[in-house]
Write a protein that binds this ligand. Structure first.
Ligand code: NAP
Length: 545
């Protein structure tokens, strides 16, 4: 129930921050539980990541049929994806459709930022204050702020002197940018730049890409879905989602059932070639099951990618610069390309290696590195995000005794299940730190189901608050560290998965790398075993439910 206490304070059961994939799904679930909900969203519409990231070429790296919700059969039935990997406008339309279909907008406050959320021990409530001066009190404070939300811009001196225009990919103008006849500098070589560069190059007079670390880019092999394919997907939904829920990265793929370490060199090449043709992450997951855990097998696949780069890119010097050589495949999150390497064969595209000659400043006319100057009319910052924790600690969140979450996490995040934080009772996170690195809708669905079970359990047992124990949090931290250390995934350079892309950020794994399937099982076990590792208070008279 929603109460209006005088002029300024509105009381609801739950405040949810964010109206992207997570926030919308959470709103739906809380309504099903009969809770009153206020969603607060910075943007002027739903969409989250897909609202902000309108840069040219933006599209999903997950196949459309599993980059969606599966909580509603009717929703699945009445939405048709156009492409294997939908572009940003299509994904945004999908989320807008969900919001309209379930009449969600009436519970969302748009163009509003949460400044602070403070827990009050006496009343067992959270007080949430927005930049519009609105105050909400609630029993449950739920962060669904997304993991790639806060853009990171390196602190190059001189940006104010630049006479051209500059843009963040993660804050792209709605009206778009006209590159016709312009000299464009793109800084970055991650998944975002990999998508943007081939499109910008089509109209720019010249495009110069500044690359510090090359990535292993696999071809997406996107295509338009035919009516028959769409019908096939629909018929097979249950099987598709069963596979995705169990798959390590939440994709509808089966294990390959073979190991590169046990295959002959000919067999290795034959299988990798088929994976390369299949496109997307099938190159990793449908070829050999030991690519992520066996360094020798990983090197076979890594060298296969390098040889593809050398075969595609005509200029041998450029090809070598594009080849990652000093970290394993998937040591950084591998991007999917749509004619990415082919773009470096264009006359109007050049690559500048800034690994040994870093960018030193932005000048009035462009970019200066230690060894050169490059004129530009437009600079595109594709320099990534203060990932996972940045969006949560961007709010001033205070738990028991005024403890600040920023302080608590200064040496890295501490959570249980990536959902709850000790000393922050009744706070829940979707896509929080130490939750799985996997296809996001699958992760979100699992976390929402867990929160839903938990709120039901609390209601049935007259429990007013939940928080994890210190021991459970330490065990979870140890668990996520052991999991990542058993793979090659922590061995990349400047990887945002480990907090290493932001100068000064704690080096700490930000994800559970045990797979989406194992994570679901572990969450389910917590429920079945009566919530070991969690403390409840039963002061039900304090709860405002
Ligand atoms: P990113 O992977 O962190 O890449 C940022 C790029 O900026 C890197 O190449 C980095 O170089 C470079 N950079 C940062 N500071 C620099 C400096 N001072 N000088 C020169 N270069 C600098 O960010 P992103 O490309 O935005 O991708 C982040 C994540 O978003 C992806 O990994 C992916 O998970 C997600 N994403 C998904 C999709 C999709 O699903 N379709 C699309 C785009 C992004 P270093 O590598 O040397 O640090």
């Amino acid at each position: 129930m929603t109460f209006r206490n005088g002029e300024d304070t509105i009381t609801v059961d739950a405040v949810v921050v964010g109206a992207g994939f997570g926030g919308l799904r959470m709103l739906h679930e809380l309504r099903q539980l009969g809770k009153s909900v206020q969603v607060i969203e910075t943007a002027s519409d739903v969409g989250g990541t897909w609202y902000w990231n309108r840069y040219p070429g933006a599209r999903t790296d997950s196949e459309s049929w599993i980059y969606a919700y599966y909580f509603s059969k009717e929703l699945q039935e009445d939405w048709d994806w156009a492409e294997r990997f939908p572009a940003q406008p299509e994904t945004l339309r999908y989320l807008q459709h969900v919001a309209d279909r379930f009449d969600m907008r009436k519970d969302i406050e748009f163009s509003t930022r949460v400044n602070s959320a403070v827990y009050d021990e006496q009343t067992n409530t959270w007080t949430v204050v927005t930049d519009k001066g609105q105050t909400y009190t609630c029993t449950y404070f739920i962060s669904a702020v997304g993991l790639l939300t806060v853009p990171y811009k390196p602190n190059f001196p001189g940006i104010d002197d630049f006479t051209g225009d500059w843009y963040f990919t993660g804050r792209w103008p709605k009206e778009g940018v006209d590159f016709t006849g312009k000299r464009v500098a793109v800084i970055g070589a991650g998944a975002t730049a990999v998508q943007a560069v081939p499109i910008i190059a089509k109209t720019a007079e010249h495009l110069t890409m500044f690359q510090r670390t090359p990535n292993y880019v696999m071809p997406a092999r996107n295509y338009i879905l035919t009516p028959e394919e769409r019908q096939g997907i629909r018929t097979d939904y249950e099987n598709i989602w069963d596979l995705a829920k169990q798959h390590f990265f939440g994709f509808a793929m089966e294990p390959a059932g073979r190991l590169a370490s046990q295959a002959s060199p000919e067999e290795q090449q034959r299988v990798l070639e088929a994976g390369w043709e299949a496109g997307g992450f099938r190159f990793i997951f449908e070829t050999f099951d030991d690519i992520l855990v066996d360094e020798t097998s990983n090197e076979v696949a890594a060298e296969f990618v390098r040889n593809k780069i050398r075969a595609i890119v005509k200029d041998p010097e450029t090809a070598e610069l594009l080849c990652p050589k000093d970290y394993p495949l998937a040591g950084k999150r591998p991007p999917l390309g749509n004619f990415y390497y082919e773009t470096f064969n264009r006359d109007n595209v050049s690559l500048v290696d800034v690994s040994n000659s870093p960018i030193t400043e932005i000048t009035a006319n462009g970019i200066r590195t230690e060894t050169g100057e490059y004129d530009a009319d437009i600079i595109v910052f594709a320099t990534g995000f203060d990932a996972v924790t940045g969006s949560v600690t961007g709010m001033d969140i205070r738990g028991r005794n005024g403890l600040s979450l920023r302080d608590k996490w200064k040496d890295g995040p501490l959570t249980h299940l990536g959902i709850c934080v000790e000393d922050f009772p009744n706070m829940f996170m979707l896509s929080g730190p130490q939750s799985p690195f996997a296809n996001i809708p699958v992760v979100i669905e699992g976390s929402v189901e867990w929160i839903s079970h938990t709120l039901t359990h609390m209601g049935e047992n007259n429990l007013a608050s939940i928080e994890p124990t210190a021991e459970a949090v330490q065990n979870w931290r140890q668990h996520v560290n052991e999991l990542v250390n058993a793979t090659v995934l922590s061995k990349g350079k400047n990887s945002w998965l480990m907090g290493d892309n932001i100068p000064g950020k704690a080096h700490e794994v930000l994800f559970f790398f045990g797979g989406a399937g194992l994570y679901r099982q572990e969450c389910q076990q917590v429920i079945e075993q009566g919530y070991p590792g969690f403390a409840f208070s039963d002061q039900s008279e304090r709860a405002l439910v």
